[in-house]
Design a protein around this ligand. Structure first.
Ligand code: NAP
Length: 320
């Protein structure tokens, strides 16, 4: 089979399209013929070799994908050959024509969801769900600022927050991104580059501020975020690409909290609960993953450049 392989850490050019041996499932594994792969920013960080997670070389990148079960190990009971599935994590990497996953990393793909949409479900929807409901403990009737709402995690967060009855303020950096946020049902749409952002946010919240902020770029925004919170407000730091200065007094008066989160620490039973809930939303149409761009898998290098550029518009998907 063909796979994208990384034999040395570096820029996007180290992602090579290579022939490697077909995979065979062990007793507890599911072999999936991958039809679509979700590209996440973290795969960029890992590829550089400077991230906390440093795989042994050579490796096949990728955690998210969707496809058809090609074979199952003898202990696998929940899946059979021919099932349409999506995977959230794999043992061998999803940037490939085949991937091996443990049974608890595989979920049934609802009939109304395409493989490309299925490949958008792993990291982005798990992260958005966990940020909103496990970390921020979001409640119906609260308001949420999704600071960076046009990309993979942000579009998922809009859908999940609306489904749960929150008022959503979403931000995008381009007209196309802002239109998408509006189309997804956000109550208010703002531009995170707008010099009058703080004032506009206060206007749309009638000077009350927001209960929750889901923050995609904390190194730029966290200091100001604290001033946007209402009493007992919570900021969940989902993304950050550097350090930032904050004024702790902005937290004190509001008795507010900054909450970190990292998707990788979600345990299997929590992940299962999250995905059973997501599958309900996919089936009833309240959740619809947004595919912004599809590229051939062999162009993975281009996808890594694209995912780090401004102008997000849903997910970038690779097709083997
Ligand atoms: P993505 O699809 O590339 O989207 C990036 C988002 O950030 C876009 O909405 C983008 O908007 C927005 N953004 C750009 N500049 C911004 C600014 N100044 N203020 C606020 N938002 C800004 O990436 P993603 O998959 O949604 O992931 C978002 C971030 O979360 C990444 O840093 C990723 O590494 C991180 N992440 C963390 C976890 C975790 O476990 N903690 C899990 C998943 C992702 P425009 O392009 O429209 O400007």
């Amino acid at each position: 089979m063909k796979a994208i392989r990384v034999s040395q850490f570096g820029g996007p050019e180290v992602l090579k399209w290579e022939e490697i041996p077909d995979l065979i499932p062990a007793a507890t594994q599911v072999l999936v013929a991958i039809k679509a792969v979700g590209v996440n920013p973290v795969e960029n960080y890992v590829r550089t070799g400077t991230y906390a997670l440093k795989p042994n070389l050579p490796y096949t990148p990728g955690a998210d994908g969707a496809g058809i079960v090609q074979a199952v190990g003898v202990s696998v009971t929940r899946f059979k050959t021919g099932d349409s599935v999506y995977v959230i994590g794999s043992q061998t990497g999803t940037y490939a024509e085949q991937a091996l996953a443990l049974e608890n990393q595989v979920f049934p793909l609802p009939k109304n969801i395409t493989f490309a949409q299925g490949a958008a479900l792993g990291v982005p929807y798990s992260t958005a769900h966990r940020a909103l409901f496990t970390r921020a403990q979001a409640q119906k009737g609260e308001s949420v600022l999704i600071h960076g709402a046009s990309g993979g995690v942000g579009t998922a967060a809009i859908q999940l927050a609306k489904r749960a009855g929150l008022t959503v303020i979403g931000t995008g950096g381009t007209d196309q991104g802002q239109q998408l946020i509006k189309d997804l049902g956000a109550d208010f749409v703002l531009d995170h580059h707008d010099p009058n952002f703080s004032q506009k946010l206060l206007e749309v919240t009638e000077n009350k501020g927001v209960n929750i902020i889901i923050e995609m770029l904390a190194n730029i925004n966290l200091g100001n975020d604290l001033t946007y919170l209402s009493k007992y407000g919570r900021v969940v730091v989902v993304g950050s690409r550097g350090s930032v200065e904050i004024n702790p007094r902005d937290l004190m008066g509001r008795e507010a909290a900054i909450l970190g989160m990292v998707n990788a620490t979600t345990n299997a039973s929590e992940l299962e609960k999250i995905h059973f809930d997501l599958i309900e939303g996919l089936k009833d149409g309240s959740l619809k993953p947004i595919v912004g761009q599809e590229l051939p898998l062999k162009e993975a290098a281009q996808s890594h450049e694209a995912v780090m550029k401004p102008g997000a518009h849903g997910k970038i998907i690779l097709v083997p």
